[in-house]
Structures are given as C-alpha cells and as structure tokens.
Design a protein. Structure first.
Length: 186
C-alpha cells in the first residue's frame, strides 16, 4: 500500500511543479530571465526553430532590464522578432551586439489581470490535486470492495490521501499568496 501512497505523492508533486512553472512565466514588475523561457525563435540561417535559451544568454542586470546576448550575432533579428511575436508586451532594442529588453512597470489594471491569472493557475493546480485524490480514493475503495484491502486499512489509506491533499492545497495557497504579493509590489 505504501507504494500507492508514494505514487500519489509524486502525482500531487507534479501538480505543484506545474503550478510553479506556470507562475514563473507570469510577468511581475521585476525583470527575470524566466520571462523569456518559453520564447521559440525561428532562425532563418539555421532553418530551424529553437528555444531562446539555446541561442543566447539572458541576464537581468537590474529590476527593470533584461539583456540578451546571442552567441551568433546573425540571429539578433530572429530573436528580436520572436520576442515581439511571443506577446510578452516587451519592446526589444538591439545595438548589433546584444538586445536590451526594458520591463515597464505594471499598470493597476494589468496587475489586476495578472492576479486573476495567478488565481486561475492556482485553481487549476487544486483541481489536479483533487483529481489525484479522487483517483486514489476510488482505487482504495475498489480494493476494499474486491476484498484485497481490509476495511480498517482502507480507512487509514483514505485518511492519508485526504491529509496529503490538504497539505498540497495549503502549499498551493502559499505559492499563490507569495505570487500575488509579488505582482502587487510596486
């Protein structure tokens, strides 16, 4: 039975990791290299589509600026085009050597939209955790019904599943609270 609980914990952990990844892509007023993690660049000279982090280094020298330094200077135009097309709301400028990406401060309206986006991501993660709970509860109840699991052991397993669910929902709430505070920070 312990292996099922470990598998359940792994499934719930995957939901938390997915939320963490989603939240890292939500732009706050602060510049961070994770803002451009998902940008795919169509490189004309290579004839291929590649992630930005495989074509350049991305640094945040201060809270309002990202600096992208391509390893191959011929890809600057392609990188710039990909950033604009990614819909990040950022306007790149280049000097032939590197791309500067100023991160403008967020408006109150944009902050409210981002908070809604954060809450939606959090609710999606909670739904995934609850789905895992339902899946394992059903499995344990079926095991009891089929006679594989004694009734008292089934109850213990269901309690452990509920405890794990409650713990993960609390973690999700803490992650959301931290991200909302980060978004609200001026």
């Amino acid at each position: 039975m312990e292996e099922y609980l470990e598998a359940m914990a792994d499934d719930m952990k995957a939901a938390l990791e997915s939320l963490e990844k989603d939240l890292s892509k939500i732009r706050t007023g602060r510049a961070t290299p994770k803002l451009v993690d998902g940008v795919q660049v169509v490189v004309q000279s290579y004839g291929a589509t590649m992630p930005l982090n495989q074509l350049a280094t991305v640094n945040a020298p201060d809270a309002r600026l990202l600096v992208i330094t391509p390893w191959d200077k011929s890809t600057i135009q392609d990188i710039e085009r990909a950033i604009v097309q990614a819909g990040l709301g950022l306007n790149p400028s280049n000097d032939g050597q590197l791309i500067r990406l100023p991160v403008p401060p967020l408006t109150a309206e944009r902050r409210a939209d981002l908070v809604k986006q954060v809450r939606k991501s959090g609710e999606d993660a909670k739904v995934r955790v609850r789905h895992v709970r339902r899946e394992y509860n059903d499995m344990f109840k079926q095991g009891e019904k089929d006679g594989y699991i004694p009734e008292d052991q089934c109850r213990k397993m269901l309690d452990k599943v509920q405890t794990a669910t409650d713990d993960n929902v609390k973690r999700i709430d803490a992650m959301l609270e931290a991200k909302e505070a980060e978004v609200a920070e001026v």
